[in-house]
Design a protein around this ligand. Structure first.
Ligand code: AMP
Length: 397
């Protein structure tokens, strides 16, 4: 597997006067045909602006929703074209199709510095099958391919991977930044490398924990999955979340941590509740004393302090998943304390997508983080040590 850190970036390839097909992640939130969050469009602007400045003929494409391989006006890219035109201060022409006559006509009439957008790539049934015929059709529109859709980089589809078989290729700035931070932390971290993993299910994080045990100095566990580790140690966990199928895996992970000399930190105290309810009765209790009928919904204050110390001494922190039911005020303190600890530290900080990214943004700490990943699923697979097809397909430097 070649290193993602060695992939060509948009600055390593000749783009002036070239037709450049750019796979973006414009899978924006929509309600009744109106974009309700244009964050993903904004995130794609640096690469697009660079290409415009260099005088490339820019052909953008993305998926939007799940239109199931056929044209459906509900999933048209028209609102995205309009939004892009506004941000770029120039018209972004929308093709009537993905790789048909309209796309070809527009692509061949583009002048240097002009921008067009293909219709939703998932209108083509071959897209999600990574159909080589469709990949060739994408390639026939352009001279060069740039992938900047990190959110889809874990999928081997025609527009995210297959097309790179037929064109010279590079990653855009958005993927470049993901590689720099996540790839950097995995391959050449500033130590100590501390991973903080939370969230509901052990099963979702087994791959990540197992891979990170080979790389990290400290692995910190919180959230609902901590209780499966408690069960593996023989503690009573009351009605806390239990992933009984993964008790043996939890034991194996703790044994691996010991063998590798990795600090493996579990909560020493917990905020427990008498039911799974925002307004439940709650109290704080040590991990080996959870009474029957009560469930752990957050890490406790002693644990928060312990975790904060590890974070303070870290050179790099990777965080994925809340420390408790952070949606509810009484069970949000552990997550807030971790977010604050990371924000106050001098460590390189990498926040996985999803709930931890949302918590950091909600608390106003986003600017204090080195990197907030733009792809939940993709960042998890990256942390699992899996090769992402949307990056693997790109030419090496
Ligand atoms: P994930 O999607 O796996 O990152 O998990 C996020 C979800 O885990 C959030 O909705 C939290 O409410 C939930 N969660 C975190 N800690 C707990 C806990 N101790 N018990 C139940 N749910 C939890």
């Amino acid at each position: 597997m070649s290193s993602a850190l060695n992939k060509k970036t948009v600055e390593d390839i000749e783009v002036s006067g070239k037709r450049v097909l750019v796979r973006c992640d414009f899978n924006v939130k929509m309600e009744n045909g109106v974009i309700t969050s244009d964050k993903r469009i904004v995130a794609s602007l640096p690469t697009i602006k660079y290409l415009i400045e260099k005088g490339a003929k820019v052909i953008l494409c993305s998926h939007l929703g799940r239109p199931k391989g056929e044209y459906n006006p509900e999933f048209s890219m028209a609102p995205v074209a309009e939004c892009l035109s506004k941000y770029l201060g120039q018209e972004v022409k929308l093709a009537k199709d993905v790789v048909g006559d309209s796309a070809h006509e527009l692509a061949s009439s583009l002048k240097d510095g002009e921008v067009m957008l293909l219709e939703n790539v998932r209108f083509e049934p071959g897209e999600t099958k990574n159909d080589p015929e469709l990949s060739k059709k994408f390639a026939s529109l352009a001279d060069v391919y740039v992938n900047d859709a990190f959110g889809s980089a874990h999928r081997a589809h025609s527009s995210t991977a297959g097309v790179a078989d037929y064109l010279p290729s590079a990653v855009g700035y958005l993927i470049q930044k993901e590689i720099k931070f996540i790839g950097g932390a995995l391959e050449n971290p500033v130590r100590p490398l501390v991973a903080i993993l939370g969230g509901a299910k052990v099963s979702d994080k087994i791959g990540v924990i197992t891979n990170l045990l080979d790389k990290c100095d400290t692995v910190i566990i919180g959230g609902g999955m901590a209780y499966t580790f408690f069960a593996a140690q023989g503690y009573s966990i009351g009605t806390s979340l239990l992933d009984s199928e993964n008790i043996e895996n939890a034991k194996a992970m703790m044994a691996k941590a010991k063998e590798k000399g990795v600090n493996f930190l579990l909560p020493v105290d917990n905020v427990i509740a008498d039911k799974y309810d925002e307004n439940a009765q709650y109290m704080t209790i040590y991990s080996d004393s959870i009474p029957d009928g009560w469930m752990g919904l957050d890490i406790g204050p002693v644990t928060s302090e312990l975790y904060a110390k590890s974070i303070k001494n870290a050179g790099t922190v990777i965080w994925n998943g809340p420390m408790g039911v952070s949606e509810w005020e009484h069970f949000a303190n552990g997550t807030i304390s971790v977010a604050k600890g990371i924000a106050d530290s001098h460590a390189i900080s990498i926040i996985g997508g999803g709930d931890s990214a949302a918590a950091v943004k909600k608390l106003g700490f986003a600017d204090k983080m080195s990197h907030i990943s733009t792809g939940g699923g993709a960042s998890l697979e990256y942390l699992e040590g899996k090769e992402l097809p949307g990056i693997a397909c790109i030419d090496d430097k």
